[in-house]
Design a protein around this ligand. Structure first.
Ligand SMILES: [Zn+2]
Length: 134
């Protein structure tokens, strides 16, 4: 069906797997933001976490700390970022749910997109809209 991550999960495409269990596979990102950048992927294909059963989302994120400890140790990192993008507009490139675990090392410069500071009123309005959402 042409999903790169489904092919990795099925073993039809090579990947540097760092962890796997009955429901998840974690492998190194081919285009790392920093050393040890890993993707934790559910075996079942869903585009967004909002397409998944809540328990499956819990299990997915439950796998993250162990993977983070492993890749931090492997990369000699002292910190890490966790990121999870849903939808192309949110910079999700592969439309199969994945959690980014990005180890960050002492003395290494962490790349992260530059962000503008939003006005307080804009934030308040956005928060109100989020609270009103079903
Ligand atoms: Zn897939």
């Amino acid at each position: 069906m042409g999903c790169i991550f489904c092919e990795i999960v099925a073993g039809r495409r090579p990947a540097h797997v760092v962890y796997e269990d009955a429901a998840h596979v974690a492998f190194l990102d081919k285009y790392p933001i920093d050393e040890g950048h890993t993707l934790v992927v559910p075996r079942a294909h869903h585009e967004r976490i909002t397409d998944m059963d809540a328990r499956a989302v819990e299990a997915l994120f439950g796998a993250v700390p162990g993977v983070a400890r492993s890749v931090m140790r492997a990369a000699g990192a002292v910190a890490f970022n966790v990121a999870q993008n849903n939808g192309r507009e949110a910079m999700q490139i592969v439309p199969h749910v994945h959690v980014h675990v990005i180890p960050r090392g002492a003395g290494r410069r962490a790349g992260w997109s530059r962000r503008a500071i939003a006005a307080d009123a804009e934030l308040a309005e956005l928060a109100a809209r989020a609270r009103a959402a079903p």
